[in-house]
Design a protein. Structure first.
Length: 188
């Protein structure tokens, strides 16, 4: 099995626990996040359409994943999700997406390894101090003493959340789902 090919029938799907129900319509708070591009990003100030896919954590080839990772609903799939966004980067741009980011609670050094290894044409943002997570009350879970984000995707327009995809499963289809909504934004 390749890094981006997963038999999703063997992975427990997450359930909608309502953890993201409050997000649609919210203005993103003014919070600056470290980026793998070496800059800091304030999502509240971005003009136009921005897509922020939120994921638990990327694994690294030199370190094992937590013991219960594959058994935790929604945990598995960060690499396939990131690669799908990479592969659809141009398609998203032609649909008006001016800004694309991945977000996790991992620090920027950890994320930089994944961004380089996966050849991502967009930056990953770090919320290692949980500032945005707390400000938006993003859904989280605990694993091995770490606070990790549950997978969800936010579509922003001029700093306001106009669409929320939650839960996201399978993760490798998330970019296609965002494109489908951008093609027909009146669809629920």
């Amino acid at each position: 099995m390749s890094l981006t090919s997963v038999d999703w029938t063997t992975i427990p799907a997450p359930r909608d626990d309502g953890g993201a129900a409050h997000l649609a319509g919210l203005a993103v708070p003014q919070v600056t996040l470290a980026s793998t591009a070496g800059s800091r990003v304030d999502l509240s100030r971005l003009p136009g359409i921005a897509v922020l896919y939120i994921y638990p954590m990327t694994g690294r080839p030199d370190r094992p994943l937590p013991d219960e990772w594959d058994a935790t609903p929604g945990a598995r799939g960060c690499t396939p999700q990131s690669c799908a966004y990479r592969d659809h980067f141009a398609d998203l741009s032609t649909r008006g997406v001016a800004h694309l980011f991945g977000l996790s609670t991992q620090d920027t050094d950890w994320q930089a390894e994944a961004a380089a290894r996966l050849h991502l044409p967009y930056p990953l943002l770090s919320d290692a101090d949980l500032t945005l997570t707390r400000a938006l009350n993003l859904p989280t879970f605990q694993m091995e003493g770490q606070t990790l984000l549950k997978r969800c995707t936010l579509i922003l327009r001029d700093g306001v959340i106009v669409r929320v995809h939650y839960p996201v499963f399978p993760p490798d289809q998330d970019a296609a789902g965002v494109m489908a909504w951008l093609d027909d934004p009146v669809t629920p």
